[in-house]
Design a protein around this ligand. Structure first.
Ligand code: HSE
Length: 351
């Protein structure tokens, strides 16, 4: 049976959840998918680095206590040697799940570049490298005959990018519009019930939806990165965050929300990328008072949704989780499945 060896860069919630899925469901997945998965390297700021080309015992790693490091393991050290591990691992797929840096995407951009240049495919849930260096990284992947996959950079494991590319062939997509941040949507819902913005944000942090710095959720910069990704990936644009006009929800008051409800509308933080008549892509992030009949108006809590405006099918909307460790780890699994399918297709074509 085919096998993929993985190097996990970052071992926080998301990659840990992927390790749990492989550990508890590996045999079931192999029977369904026709390949097995092994983790042969892990690097993490707190744990250090571990490389075992015969496969790491995930049960042991997942049981490590607080404050433990990889120093006592064969092939382990207490310091995270990300670049060394990425370039020398025996893995064929590098799984990048470090924090999102919205300014320059580092260190994730360097991690992805090093992996692709050394002939490994990459899956990431990290918005930074995709939004800020996606075109360059895709070129490096193509030059090296490997894949760069990032389904989880928008709407976690809910298919958005692959839904558009694989489920809507033959129709033209002219616009993409969505509720792309669970925290702000949750906060708006809580404010509708009379809670303050500060209380609702604190709760979203406790529930694990919010970014490390929740300003990114509330002021729209998280959605801005996702709109860049959607515009470039689905509308074939070549925009950066500076091209996306942005306004968050901090200016909305409880009175605004009540007034909207009385008038049959509901405020939502909406990310949009639209091709105008001249073919230019216009992208925005802003609060919009939607009529209750709008497909995005009923999306509540931390749920995300994205609508695609198409010429042959009208508007198609996909909704589902946009955050969460298992949900985001599922995006990585779906990318690994896509990488495997691509490799099989190439092998089949060259036989
Ligand atoms: N903080 C983000 C959200 C997580 O609330 O949607 C996923 O990008």
């Amino acid at each position: 049976m085919n096998r993929h060896d993985l190097a996990l860069i970052g071992f926080g919630g998301v990659n840990r959840a992927l390790a749990e899925i492989i550990h508890t469901r590996g045999d079931e997945l192999a029977a369904e998918l026709g390949f097995t998965l092994r983790v042969v390297a892990i690097t993490d700021l707190r744990l250090g680095s571990l490389m075992q080309s015969d496969g790491i015992d995930l049960g042991v790693v997942l049981r490590m206590g607080a404050g433990a490091t990889f120093a006592g393991f064969a092939g382990g050290v207490a310091v995270p040697q990300n670049d060394y591990v990425i370039r020398s691992t025996t893995a064929d797929i590098v799984v990048e799940a470090t924090f999102t840096n919205p300014v320059d995407g580092e260190p994730a951009v360097s991690h992805v570049r090093a992996a692709l240049e050394s002939g490994r495919s990459v899956t990431t849930t990290n918005k930074g490298p995709v939004a800020l260096a996606g075109a360059a990284l895709n070129r490096i992947a193509a030059d090296h005959g490997v894949r760069f996959e990032y389904e989880g950079s928008v709407m976690s494991g809910t298919p958005a990018l692959r839904f558009a590319s694989e489920m809507l062939p033959g129709t033209r997509i002219s616009a993409v519009q969505g509720i792309l941040n669970g925290t702000s949507n949750y906060v708006l819902g809580q404010m509708e019930t009379g809670r303050t913005l500060a209380d609702a944000v604190a709760e979203a942090q406790a529930l694990g939806y919010a970014e490390a710095d929740p300003t990114a959720d509330i002021e729209g910069s998280d959605v801005q990165l996702k709109v860049v990704i959607l515009a470039n990936e689905i509308l074939g644009a070549d925009i950066t965050t500076a091209d996306v006009e942005r306004r968050g929800i901090s200016g909305l008051t409880a009175a605004d929300l009540a007034e909207a409800a009385a008038g049959g509308t509901r405020w939502k933080l909406i990310g949009t990328a639209r091709r105008d008549e001249e073919g230019r892509v216009i992208a925005t992030v802003e609060p919009v008072a939607l009529p209750l009949t709008h497909p995005l108006a009923g999306i509540s809590g931390p749920t995300n949704a994205v609508s695609f405006d198409t010429d042959l099918l009208g508007t198609v909307t996909v909704s589902g989780p946009g955050a969460g460790r298992i949900e985001t780890a599922y995006a990585l699994l779906s990318d690994i499945i896509a990488i495997d399918a691509h490799q099989r297709a190439v092998a089949g074509a060259t036989r």
